[in-house]
Design a binder for this molecule. Structure first.
Ligand code: NAP
Length: 229
């Protein structure tokens, strides 16, 4: 593939599986970000084309982030996979719960996109935001997810607005609204629920989409789910 790829939130679950899938194409160069730098270093120590970096979406140092991605020169793909889920009855949500959900799931991602644009302007690139079916208009909703799912809906909306503003550039942005995937996040929120997909299956879908669809789609909100309709 020979792509320069940045993955935000690659330490666990789906993000870790995306890194492992992307690294199989040995021509790729992958920079992975999350708070758990040591865990990522240990997870990916055998992968020569992966570098790991600390990033906390609640306290972004844009200069440090830019310095870390500058080694990639042009960035072909940015996958914004990081996410935070708080499940609480609406009246029990604290102001901090809501702020944290929006900071990690939307505002932090917008800041990361701002910092990445200068590294995509020459050749162009594909930005893929990872949202949730919970944030997809008209989908089935679940109690306790008002902070999480509204923030994921905002991420969908950001995708449409960014695509409009940058439609004459070579940068494309799309948003995947995932259905249930068997990760720790899902197991904590819905104990005992059996998801139809493993992180590895979803990671392959996301990687293939990010690698191939930027030339065809822009500003699209795509449900990735077996649920009907
Ligand atoms: N699993 C599902 O059923 C499902 C369904 C729909 C959508 N999704 C979405 O898919 C994405 C991956 O979820 P997952 O299930 O794989 O959950 P996960 O294992 O909990 O992964 C979440 C990732 O986000 C990162 N992250 C969280 N807070 C962060 C922060 N402050 N700064 C930087 N990175 C942060 C985590 O890294 P650190 O903890 O190392 O910082 C981790 O790499 C999320 O956006 C989630 O909303 C999942």
């Amino acid at each position: 593939m020979n792509k320069n790829i940045v993955i935000i939130g690659g330490s666990t679950g789906i993000g870790k599986a995306i890194v492992e899938r992307a690294a199989l194409d040995t021509g790729n160069k992958i920079s992975v970000f999350s708070r758990q730098e040591e865990l990522m270093a240990s997870n990916f120590k055998s992968l020569d084309n992966v570098s790991v970096h600390f990033l906390d979406l609640e306290k972004i140092d844009a200069n440090e982030f830019k310095e870390n991605i500058s080694t990639l020169n042009n960035i072909d793909i940015l996958i914004n996979n990081a996410g935070y889920l708080v499940k609480k009855d609406f009246e029990k949500l604290s102001h901090q719960d809501i702020i944290k959900s929006y900071q990690i799931n939307v505002i932090g991602i917008m800041q990361i996109v701002q910092a990445t644009i200068p590294f995509m302007t020459n050749k162009g690139g594909h930005i893929v935001n990872i949202s949730s079916m919970g944030g997809f208009q008209g989908s089935m909703k679940f109690p306790g997810l008002s902070a999480y799912s509204t923030s994921k809906a905002a991420l969908c909306s950001f995708t449409e607005l960014f695509a409009e503003e940058y439609k004459d550039s070579k940068i494309k942005m799309n948003c995947l609204c995932l259905g249930a995937v068997q990760t720790e996040m899902l197991e904590t929120a819905f104990p005992g629920f059996k998801a139809p997909h493993t992180p590895q299956q979803m990671a392959k879908y996301i990687y293939d989409f990010a690698s191939s669809q930027g030339d065809f789609l822009n500003g699209k909100i795509i449900p990735v789910s077996l649920s009907t309709p």
